[in-house]
Design a protein around this ligand. Sequence first.
Ligand code: KG4
Ligand code: ZN
Length: 353
Amino acid sequence: MKTENTGYILGIETSCDETAGAVYSLSDEKIISNKLFSQIDLHKIYGGVVPEIASRSHLEKIDLIIQENIEAAGITLDQISAIAVTSKPGLAGSLLVGFSFAKALAWSLNIPFIPVDHLEGHIFSAFLDSSGNKREDIPFPLITCSVSGGHSSLYQVNNFGEYTHIGNTLDDAAGEAFDKIAKLIGLGYPGGPIIEKLAESANFQDFYKYPRTKNKPKNYNFSFSGLKTAVMYDLVKRGYYSLESGLIKEKITKEIQTKVASSLLVCIADIFLKMLDKVFTDFPDITGATFVGGVSCNKYIIRKLEELCDKKNKFFAYSPRQFSTDNGAMIALVGSYKYKNKLFGSLSSDIFE
Ligand code: KG4
Ligand code: ZN
């Protein structure tokens, strides 16, 4: 018989452009499969995610991916104790695919159905180590910087399931800034990893010193949309961009792209550093920080945040790369503690609830 400490949680995530599944073992407290299909290649030519293409692709892939996860975990469907699925936020058509699939499977197996907030998934992704084991060494209360293409948020996290949203981006997310500026200077999608590579080749020098506040931030909100405008006007000033016809392709050499990329990364890292410094000053009881979401793949920002935490004598952790971008493992992990606390959803619930 399955108890709260045996069996497996199936996690499903389809909020944007990854059709993702994962299996979490309750007895080993470990992710034992984490397979997904990334739609990046389908959206690349448009420079961003196209919602209709995303939902159609989820429909094509969902049963295959879930089957692959069950097989990779080496279990059978009747060993699953509950199904956790992303319910919000995200693209409605994409969310509905995973949500409906999860409901139908939970109903047919007669097991609990657990809706999970995608952002809660990201927060707790730092509680998985690179082998998928649940970490027990992360102290509370902590501050989480959750940064991706869709969000740049700060949370005060007091325990599993206990967190307060203290700050947000007022406009674009930091990942979105990387993506939009990469597009502006003729680089590919997604922009973040390409910009990091170029910046590394320039040894993370701050060539152009893009604007950021020199003072302590006034509150816990971010704003990144002005950065794209600042980069654009700087390129105009230097003669690489025309406000009428766009990028002047003959002039924007690899060297210039590299200088923009390096300056941009240093600027964005600085913005996060200043914010974290303010949080440590304003909330002296905070024991440390975690860095999660797609942008937490960035080794330079990790290094800078780690240095600050060391200096301030604070703990620091970040989500392993495979759990940083959207994935089913973080949903399965949140599902596991909701399962232990019997926080189940109803089969009549809907997305965005
Ligand atoms: O979490 P995620 O997969 O999807 C969203 O929920 O948005 O994050 C994707 C975002 C993209 O904006 C991408 O450019 C950014 O994460 N990203 C990075 C890096 N890898 C991915 N940004 C900076 N440096 C990276 N190495
Ligand atoms: Zn995400």
